[in-house]
Design a protein around this ligand. Sequence first.
Ligand code: G4P
Length: 524
Amino acid sequence: MSEKTLASAVDKRRTFAIISHPDAGKTTITEQLLLFGGVVREAGTVKARKSGNFAKSDWMEIEQTRGISVTSSVMQFDYQGKRINILDTPGHEDFSEDTYRTLMAVDSAVMVIDSAKGIEPQTKKLFQICKMRGIPIFTFMNKLDRDGREPMDLIAELEDVLGIEGYPMNWPIGMGKELKGLYDRYHQRVALYRPSGDTQYLPLHEDGELADGNDLEDDGLYQEARDNMLLIEEAGNQFDAAKIASGDQTPVFFGSALANFGVKTFLETYLEYAPKPASHHTQEDKDIAPTDSEFSGFVFKIQANMNPKHRDRIAFVRVCSGEFDRGMDVIQERTGKKLRLSNVTEFMADTRENVEKAVAGDIIGLYDTGNFQIGDSIYTGKQTVKFEKLPQFTPELFVRVAAKNVMKQKSFHKGINQLVQEGAVQLYTSYSTGDYILGAVGQLQFEVFQFRMQNEYNSEVIMEPMGKKTARWINPDQLDERMSSSRNLLVKDSQGAPLFLFENRFAERWFKDKYPDVELTSKL
Ligand code: G4P
């Protein structure tokens, strides 16, 4: 690929994640977007997958019984000359670590809010991560076909609760049963809502008024929307592309994902402003430009057994620069090993198709036989590339784990190792007894672990809860095994680094008083 072709291919990429609180409508809107992209022929495919009918693996039964989305997946489609990659994220907060890592692999985020509920806790948390990364955020106020909160309140809440300026791109004309349409100031038109689905557009005059002779003019709801828009134009935030790019202002679109109203406008406008792939920072303090001719990328997720028929394991790589070619050799930074990338898959909504070429912004799935770890950088060329570390959560909940059947140690170890490499849970080993201890951020992670061990590795496990602990790493040079007690258990992490699991803050304080010179850190 010539320099120019690479640059134009990169220009077309738009890679984003949808963040929301469970039930706000993420699945429904994803499905609509895929429909526009011509990827799913029938609405309901993503939904069916979410509910388990489209199960990619048996452990999604957990999702089915609990009605939550546990996995992140990747969907790609083309629309109006752009190649769009949507990275799905699990909604449940116990899996937020997975979501956080996924957010490291996107260039922007779409925040879906239920207009009856406003900003909910999980939205707030995910928003903070996007904010920290300084990525642009586009907001879709969903479920306009139902009675919701006052639009003005919803906009104000963005600023009050999240500290981001909201810029309404359109304004609802009525809502719920009274929904008439959207006053779309950005496109200078009114979108008329028709339950049959085929939105009709009426152009506005330059002064913002509708052409004469339409039924809306006399409708109080239209006048109300018009007045609100005027008010906002005078007293509200000014549209500011620079602020949008830095994540300080969010364009807000109203609509209904279920009724497919306002979604197309949202997608098209989003594509105008969403950023193309950005540079990625390395630990050597360099920026790797997406158009750099050498290939580079990083693994942000590993998932085993996505397809129970194949028992495969896939490392998800965000391409950061250059061009991926099937069969190319890359260097894995962590080990210095040369690896050939021949068995690769790209992700679509309902199939995984083999990928031949990919550029910055794309996500490729590498069939992995145990070579990769989350956070691995891969690259070509003479210069070493080591991308910035991915966020890691310090686990707060712990359980002791063992195989129920001592004769089945082999499958137990295989399962544990693979699931730990996936980042599903953290594994620790007790210094004194060699016991296995698992750490997680949320209880559900243990449940998924137990379920998957049984279903994918045929290993029944016993888990003995240890409750909440505070994990603190200790400088190995300062370690004396006699420092360990029942209130501060000494363990090794999967890298062999020593740490204490403190029973509570008091135990930690007591330890610090006793060993004032010992350095303790909350993260490695
Ligand atoms: P999630 O992925 O964010 O968890 O949400 P999802 O899309 O599954 O939507 C959650 C519920 O909200 C679903 O209803 C869905 O149909 C509904 N919903 C999504 N968008 C809209 C909208 O624009 N208007 C209205 N009125 N409802 C919407 P459910 O009852 O949980 O599922 P189902 O019985 O419809 O399948």
